[in-house]
Write a protein that binds this ligand. Structure first.
Ligand code: SF4
Length: 280
């Protein structure tokens, strides 16, 4: 197989497995133990699970001796997704964030927006400190990721100094090998996969996937996520009215907080905030 230009779909999948094996060996060599695998229940996470399973089998070890799967409870994930994870992946550890989405809205005194996505950092990206983490991040999910995300990433403790590395590159390999203990390492084994390649792998490996995809969803994420299109958010709130009500109540408390802090606001009620929020 040519590492730089995989020629067949099998090569692409094999390269994903090799990335995980390389990363696991790095984790063990650095005394960090099992890989910390971020698992959201979406198709990319399912594919990552399949790759980890194949990597463990290739190494002749139990997948649970190699990987620890973590789901971050956002409290705004679709119920079908939460049930899917519980049923099909009962071994996934459920991590509770310090604050819920509702508490974050109150505290930040504004709803999360496309430009200010404080919720992702607080609800989804906090875990795995001082560990070797595997994620299902892909360039195909957002054009911005082409410049900001890579196959391997190292975060310094200050979080400002970040390097994107390539496991095929000898110099980069040496760098990751010599990095300081306290850094956070991230491997994105399917960063360069297309949607078709993800689905092809899921079908090939007979992996389960959430029923919401068969109902027309292309991406699964939090209900009301500002990154979803307007139409999608309206549909979601029609389907899950209790979540819409919970957002409105959180917006009411947020407005109360803004008043107490002396922040100017044109909104009078949580309902008005919701209307503005969806229209954006
Ligand atoms: S997926 Fe959307 S709503 Fe959920 S945490 Fe990230 S930005 Fe916020």
């Amino acid at each position: 197989m040519n590492d730089l230009f995989p020629s067949t779909i099998e090569d692409v999948y094999e390269k994903g497995i090799e990335r995980i094996i390389f990363f696991y060996r790095m984790s063990i060599a650095n005394g960090k133990g099992k890989l910390y695998v971020a698992f959201s229940g979406g198709k990319d996470s399912v594919a990552i699970y399949g790759l980890c399973r194949s990597a463990a089998s290739k190494l002749g070890i139990d997948i649970f001796d190699m990987c620890e799967f973590h789901y971050h409870i956002t409290c705004v994930d679709p119920p079908e997704l939460v049930q899917f994870i519980k049923k099909e992946f009962p071994f996934v550890l459920r991590d509770r964030p310090k604050e819920t989405m509702w508490q974050l809205i109150e505290k930040k005194q504004m709803p999360p927006t496309r430009l200010v996505r404080y919720c992702c950092q607080a609800l989804k990206e906090g875990g795995g400190k001082n560990r070797f983490c595997v994620t299902g991040v892909r360039w195909a999910e957002s054009s911005r990721r082409k410049n900001t995300r890579g196959e391997l990433e190292i975060y310094a403790p200050s979080a400002k100094d970040k390097r994107i590395l390539n496991a095929d590159n000898e110099e980069d390999r040496r760098l990751i090998e010599h990095c300081l203990q306290k850094r956070k390492y991230i491997c994105n084994p399917i960063v360069d996969w297309s949607d078709e390649q993800v689905w092809g792998f899921i079908r090939k490996e007979h992996l389960p996937y959430c029923e919401l995809y068969d109902q027309g969803k292309k991406r699964l994420g939090c209900i009301g996520c500002p990154m979803a299109g307007r139409e999608q958010r309206i549909k979601d709130f029609e389907k899950y009215p209790k979540f819409k009500d919970a957002y409105i109540r959180a917006f009411d408390r947020m407005l109360e907080n803004r008043r107490k802090s002396g922040l100017e606001t044109e909104w009078k009620t949580g309902n008005e905030v919701m209307e503005w929020w969806i229209s954006k």
